[in-house]
Design a protein around this ligand. Structure first.
Ligand code: NAD
Length: 366
């Protein structure tokens, strides 16, 4: 594999150093000439249970970019499961290719064979660039797949549950910042009117919040404006809105130095994964501005809770009830951040790591 010209910032891509730094248990390279499959399955940590994480299919510019994504996202899954109290580990798969052109039944089934060969250590699901239909193909080769359509005993689209968890995170943050968790009359800016963003806007509108929304495509915005009375702004204007709460529900790494400087809100709480460009630098920067930041991997865990529910026979009401717990965990994280004088992202990671370390200790005793 040619990793020499990995990326402009990563000229010497050293796979073993990276894997050691993140402390992954196993990284599997999957390659098949016939189907054209090129995939990486990264299993970060299975102390709490099988590593569960979706399969992302993306046109990565370099192989190093794909590996980095798999390593970073799988570690995020470990923290998400741990802090949500689920008996799951963290893993993620990425398939290198254009989901619109390079996908086939054969490719997905071949990928399913790789998942099967891991014997349950890795459980897959849909993610960006893959669909429930793809997971049906994967399921022809392995039982270690979740997030199947409801008709196949799965939980179906996780977005409403994810949105509900984010809504709980927003309410808990409001309680902390404003003394009560009512969102009536609160001004909220939502970045991304996609699957999660629109469900969230619906919940916020029901509570009487005043919504500003943006997206790079029209369709979600039309619904946001017509059904939920949202004011629409240009994508680049979303950061500087004079609002109480900012809910990023589109992309990662948007909490960077430039955008944080523009924020006028008191709370940042949204669904997007990896919102902080750098957990340390930007987590501290947000905190120094007096903004309450609800860690993304904690408040967007509803989707994971939803697929986890499939293990015991899926009941949607149970998934929603478990997701409600995000409210208490967010309040706990704000307290921990104050007690330990650290930013909320680090406080949440610390709590997740504690659960994993405690479990390891349990496992080492008779
Ligand atoms: P989605 O693709 O349906 O929605 C994302 C929306 O963001 C799209 O409408 C897209 O056009 C918009 N967007 C992209 N770039 C933008 C920009 N620069 N400015 C404004 N809008 C932009 O995805 P989703 O399922 O709603 O997920 C949203 C975020 O939440 C993602 O980061 C995803 O990883 C994360 N997440 C989703 C789930 C879930 O259950 N779907 C679970 C956990 C985390």
């Amino acid at each position: 594999m040619s990793l020499a010209n990995a990326s402009s910032t990563d000229t010497q891509f050293d796979l073993f150093t990276k894997v050691a730094r993140f402390d992954h248990e196993q990284v599997l390279i999957c390659q098949d000439n016939h189907s054209g499959l090129k995939a990486i399955i990264a299993i970060h940590n299975t102390v709490l249970g099988p590593g569960l994480g979706g399969t992302r299919m993306w046109k990565y510019a370099t192989e190093a970019e794909a590996i980095n994504d798999a390593l970073r996202l799988s570690r995020g899954m470990t923290y998400k499961a741990a802090i949500s109290g689920l008996n799951l580990g963290g893993a993620k798969a990425v398939i290198i290719g254009d989901p619109a052109k390079d996908k086939s039944e054969h490719l997905m089934r071949k990928f399913g064979r790789y998942v099967e060969n891991l014997g349950g250590k890795y459980v897959t699901a849909e993610d960006v660039g893959t669909t429930t239909k793809d997971m049906e193909y994967v399921a022809m080769e392995t039982e270690h797949v979740v997030g199947l359509p409801e008709i196949m005993g799965g939980g179906g689209d996780p977005s409403p549950v994810t949105a509900y968890g984010v809504y709980m995170g927003i309410k808990a943050s409001a309680k902390k910042a404003f003394g009560n968790d009512s969102l009536t009359g609160k001004k909220i800016a939502v970045q991304g009117a996609g699957k999660v963003g629109l469900h969230l806007i619906e919940l916020l509108h029901k509570d009487g919040a005043i919504i500003t929304a943006t997206d790079i495509f029209e369709s979600g915005l039309k619904t946001a404006a017509e059904k939920y009375k949202a004011t629409i702004v240009k994508p680049e204007a979303i950061f500087e809105q004079d609002v109480d709460i900012f809910a990023p529900c589109a992309l990662g790494a948007i909490l960077n130095t430039e955008n944080i400087a523009k924020l006028k809100c008191q709370i940042v709480a949204g669904a997007a994964n990896n919102q902080l460009e750098d957990d340390n630098i930007h987590g501290d920067m947000v905190r120094a501005k007096g903004i309450y930041y609800a860690p993304d991997f904690l408040i967007n865990a509803g989707g994971l809770i939803n697929v986890y529910s499939e293990y015991n026979g899926y009941v949607r009401e149970i998934a929603f009830a478990q997701t409600e717990n995000i409210y208490n965990t967010v309040l706990n994280i704000y307290s921990k951040s104050e007690e330990d004088n650290i930013n909320t992202q680090l406080a949440a990671i610390k709590l997740a790591e504690k659960r994993i370390n405690d479990t390891m200790l349990l496992q080492s005793k008779i």
